[in-house]
Design a protein around this ligand. Structure first.
Ligand SMILES: NC(=O)c1ccc[n+]([C@@H]2O[C@H](COP(=O)([O-])OP(=O)(O)OC[C@H]3O[C@@H](n4cnc5c(N)ncnc54)[C@H](OP(=O)(O)O)[C@@H]3O)[C@@H](O)[C@H]2O)c1
Length: 279
């Protein structure tokens, strides 16, 4: 496994396993298969309803806790200092652990500064090894970067070949915040797995579209957490450290960037109103 070192010195695997939309009843099985495949970094969230499944697997798998890097996120409905503080305790309980490796604010809505204060406190108490944010577009990212005591170590944002986050990355790089991709395959949107450019490049190395896409992100210094409930795909997605894309391959893939979300924009008032319904 390759690692990045976060701004506070904590090492984080460059490749992990995501469990968004993994049904709670399948989570234990899936996470165990991911661990058997070799994944040691698992990305969950309060909102996914499967922290318990992740925790059960960690407890049962027989490997020491220190081998793992566990990320979870505080949801909008837990925004604000008091609620966030209680929710962090709840996450620790569900994950069956006395520390979380990386804790993120899931969405930049509601009293997320209150949330961040609770996270800073948990960090100082040793309950969390690193804190950060998710879905913070450059404006909100810069705001929290400047007005926080403990600076965000990570910003997890939609990042894939069709939205490479070139602008946002500039600012994260400037302040040493690690970019982490959610949706590295854009959940298959845009006929992702049949993309002719990725297919052609993969052909040269005997690699699949998924593997080329992940490799592109890794070589662009992006941490990735692809999700799959299928063991063969978990293996495929893990097997990306034995080849290297050339500068020419990278340039071709850079050409796929459309510069905008394939899901929704956090700048769009309708999207914001939709998120408000979840608060
Ligand atoms: N912070 C946030 O707001 C946020 C938002 C979204 C996601 N995330 C995190 O990021 C992780 C990854 O994103 P995501 O789950 O949204 O989407 P994703 O990883 O881009 O795509 C997952 C989809 O691709 C399929 N797939 C996976 N590997 C494949 C392969 N090798 N070949 C063909 N199909 C493949 C999966 O199907 P099967 O499962 O059927 O194999 C699933 O439908 C999440 O699990 C979650 O941890 C965070």
């Amino acid at each position: 496994m390759e690692y990045v070192t976060l701004k506070n010195g904590v090492k984080m695997p460059k490749l992990g396993y995501g469990v968004y939309q993994t049904p709670p009843e399948e989570t234990e099985k899936c996470v165990l298969e991911a661990i058997q495949t070799g994944y040691r970094s698992i990305d969950t969230a309060q909102a996914y309803g499967n922290e318990e499944g992740v925790g059960n697997t960690l407890a049962k798998c027989g490997l020491p806790r220190e081998e793992f890097f566990i990320t979870t996120k505080v949801w909008i409905s837990n925004a604000g200092y008091e609620k966030a503080k209680a929710s962090i305790e709840e996450s620790l309980k569900k994950l069956k652990t006395d520390y979380i490796d990386l804790l993120l604010i899931h969405q930049p809505f509601g009293d997320y500064y209150g949330t961040y204060r609770a996270m800073e406190e948990a960090y100082e108490e040793g309950k969390v090894r690193a804190i950060g944010v998710s879905n913070f577009y450059p404006d909100r990212y810069l705001d929290i970067e400047h007005f926080s005591k403990i600076k965000p170590a990570v910003n997890q944002v939609e990042t894939h070949v069709f939205w490479q986050q070139k602008e946002a990355k500039k600012y994260m790089k400037k302040y040493g915040t690690q970019i982490m991709s959610w949706g590295p395959f854009a959940e298959g949107k845009n006929d992702y797995f049949n993309n002719p450019v990725l297919k052609e490049i993969g052909g040269k190395y005997g690699k699949s579209v998924a593997q080329v896409a992940l490799r592109f992100l890794l070589q662009s210094d992006v941490v990735v957490i692809p999700k799959s409930v299928h063991k063969n795909r978990m293996e495929e997605n893990f097997n990306v450290f034995d080849f290297e894309l050339t500068a020419e391959d990278m340039a071709k893939i850079e050409g796929l960037d459309g510069g905008e979300s394939l899901f929704f924009s956090h700048y769009d008032p309708e999207t914001v109103e939709w998120f408000m319904t979840m608060a």
